[in-house]
Design a protein around this ligand. Structure first.
Ligand code: ZN
Length: 79
């Protein structure tokens, strides 16, 4: 009797844990081809202009070009 109660309790608990893990899963990353949020800063070595990239089709986007040169990535600021 006590064992049955305990077993039921464990089943009930694991059922809740399962439900919880199903509902609290982080959203899957979007498939490649979709835009994703990035935070990268680039600077043009030639003229010094800086820009921030906030959306890119990839987590590792190729650096944009400016003054016919590839821009260099500025160390990200952790703010
Ligand atoms: Zn430039």
């Amino acid at each position: 009797m006590a064992f049955g109660l305990f077993f039921g309790y464990v089943l009930w608990k694991s059922g809740i844990a399962m439900l919880r893990s199903m509902t609290s899963l982080p959203p899957e990353p979007p498939p490649s081809g979709e835009l994703r949020k990035v935070s990268r800063r680039y600077r043009c070595d030639v003229c010094g202009v800086e820009l921030k990239m906030t959306m890119a089709p990839d987590d590792e986007p190729p650096p944009p070009r400016h003054c016919l040169e590839e821009m260099v990535e500025v160390a990200p600021l952790y703010d």
